[in-house]
Design a protein. Structure first.
Ligand SMILES: [Zn+2]
Length: 385
């Protein structure tokens, strides 16, 4: 029994847990101060294979600020690695579980230099932590498809070996060929009946044109509701009426938009997208890797960063940031057994806060993280061997 719990809707109950599931919400038996219970946090975009967490500090080596500069820098860091991706990725999984994330979507680098090495590392991590977290894997062509010949066949093989979705990367900005990049990706997704999650950093009207091409292919491939675009900076760099028209097209195609609250790039207009029926969700993106020195995998902090970058101030805006790292991300990931309800899993993150807005603004310490009624972490520290 969890006494006097405040639920996300603001109601207070004693929560009865039986056999790892929520058995009943009862009137509070006492007036003692209780905790606020959130459902597990969901990281809709992480890179488990890229992180250098647990290694001595690795200075960023990118020569410039372009995506291509960072890809080059990462190749150098990767070659100099002394610890396996499996080990550093496992360090990250433990850290995010301790902060309350129990579901995530990880992109995994695949190119003609790496082959499926990183996929195998993340498949091993998924197996090792299968009782703690759900890990969805995106086969991600970090070096492009055309710039890295042979990658399309590797993506196909990655899905055959257990990747859940196909990824993509700036069809024009990286490969310089919209159809040459998108057609193989949609063909692989259709052939295997899986979804797609593409990185799209390209801004301005060029970025919008690529989104419309993605929407068109989503419709004709019958992939409505199974496609996401990560970053989508372009939506924040064009006039509002163009962003709104694009939002209508994205909503019709059931395309979701992921934002991590980027430091310098333009933000997609989250409330506008939501108002036009587009699902928006959050993710950490890079955590302590060759791309970014920042990040810790704490999704409440991520919600705060998203809100900070989006200039959110009102409670209903902070609530949108909260939903992006919980319910909305759960819908995008297609998590069937998620949410605080009778019969639902006794999976909770307990914090000290009165409202969701306060939880996002203060990102309080996680008092405990429960999975199926079992304590996984206490005060931000994993309670497992
Ligand atoms: Zn990413």
């Amino acid at each position: 029994m969890i006494r006097n719990a405040t639920l996300p809707d603001g109601s207070r109950h004693d929560v009865e847990i039986r056999d790892g599931r929520i058995a009943a919400f009862l009137p509070p038996a006492t007036n003692e101060p209780g905790v606020m219970l959130l459902p597990p946090l969901v990281d809709g975009h992480i890179h488990l294979d890229k992180t250098l967490l647990g290694l001595p500090w690795v200075p960023n080596q990118a020569a410039g600020n372009a995506v291509a500069d960072r890809i080059e820098a990462e190749r150098k860091v990767r070659a100099a690695r002394t610890v396996s991706e499996e080990e550093t990725g496992a360090n990250l999984v433990k850290q995010v579980v301790a902060s309350g994330t129990l579901h995530m979507r990880s992109h995994v680098d695949i190119d003609n230099q790496l082959g499926l090495r990183n996929l195998h590392a993340v498949l091993a991590i998924r197996e090792r932590f299968r009782d703690l977290v759900t890990i969805q894997i995106v086969a991600f062509p970090q070096s492009g498809l055309l710039r890295s010949p042979g990658t399309a066949a590797l993506l196909d093989e990655a899905v055959a070996q257990g990747a859940d979705l196909v990824g993509g990367l700036d069809p024009v900005g990286i490969d310089g060929d919209l159809a040459g990049h998108l057609d193989p990706i949609f063909a692989i997704a259709s052939r295997h009946g899986v979804g797609i999650d593409l990185h799209l950093h390209d801004g301005g009207e060029g970025g919008i044109a690529q989104m419309l091409a993605i929407a068109e292919r989503t419709r004709t491939s019958g992939l409505k509701g199974k496609v996401a675009i990560s970053h989508a900076f372009a939506l924040g760099s064009v006039p509002t009426d163009l962003a709104a028209r694009t939002a209508d097209t994205l909503a019709e195609a059931g395309i979701a938009i992921m934002s991590h609250g980027p430091g310098a790039a333009t933000m997609p207009p989250l409330p506008l997208l939501r108002a036009h029926g587009v699902e928006v969700f959050g993710g950490s993106d890079n955590i302590r890797d060759a791309w970014s020195p920042f990040g810790n995998g704490d999704m409440l902090e991520r919600a705060m960063l998203i809100g900070y970058r989006a200039n959110f101030r009102h409670d209903h805006e902070l609530r949108l940031a909260y939903e992006m790292v919980t319910e909305a991300a759960a819908r995008v990931l297609g998590l069937a057994d998620y949410g605080i309800r009778i019969g639902g899993p006794a999976d909770f993150v307990a914090i000290e806060a009165e409202t969701l807005a306060e939880a996002v603004a203060a990102r309080p310490r996680r008092k405990w993280v429960l999975k199926a009624g079992r304590v996984l972490a206490r005060d931000g520290v994993l309670a497992l061997p």
